[in-house]
Design a protein around this ligand. Structure first.
Ligand SMILES: [Cu+2]
Length: 176
């Protein structure tokens, strides 16, 4: 199984680096200016002016961040159909019915375990983790995902459960 970064993760990383560089620059500028000897009135006047711009900038940044984030809600959207898939984990396997899902379906994974706690992780055809939920004996835990991409998905155990934990892999198909 191959795990790779998607374009969104790269964009988040790039934004993080830009913000970090900007913050470090601000700290350096402020630190250098703090050695200057200026009158108190001048400092507060400049400070208040800068603070107003800074406040407006933060409102704009955070406001647009909140609005943009609404487009990335991890909840099922306009799915073409629904499917319930029963998943059961055990030492050391996953069983799943049905094991083929039509693409675009809003899938409700009902997840349980036959023995100890397992962690169900679901990877899309590009190897990106798209959801995870605990598989616990005596409980039916639900994970809702809309599976848009066709191809071979992979289930893996994300919670160490014993000597063949790494063999708890199961593939399933999402068909057009
Ligand atoms: Cu396990």
């Amino acid at each position: 199984m191959e795990v790779s970064f998607g374009g969104f993760q790269v964009a988040v990383l790039a934004a993080f680096l830009v913000v970090t560089v900007a913050l470090v620059t601000i700290f350096v500028v402020v630190a250098r200016q703090s050695t200057r000897n200026v009158a108190f009135g001048e400092v507060t006047h400049t400070g208040y002016r800068l603070r107003r711009y800074w406040f407006a900038f933060l409102c704009l940044l955070l406001g647009s961040g909140v609005i943009l984030a609404l487009f990335f809600l991890p909840y099922p959207g306009n799915a073409s159909g629904t499917a319930t898939v029963n998943v059961s984990g055990g030492l050391f396997y996953w069983s799943m019915t049905p094991d083929t899902i039509p693409a675009g379906s809003e899938v409700s994974f009902e997840v349980t375990s036959t023995d100890v706690n397992h962690g169900l992780g679901i990877y899309d055809p590009d190897g990106i983790l798209i959801g995870s939920v605990q598989a616990m004996p005596g409980y039916d835990n639900q994970l809702n995902l809309t599976l848009e991409k066709t191809g071979t998905y992979m289930m893996a155990c994300l919670e160490y459960c014993g000597y063949k934990h790494h063999e708890m892999l199961k593939e399933f198909e999402v068909t057009p």
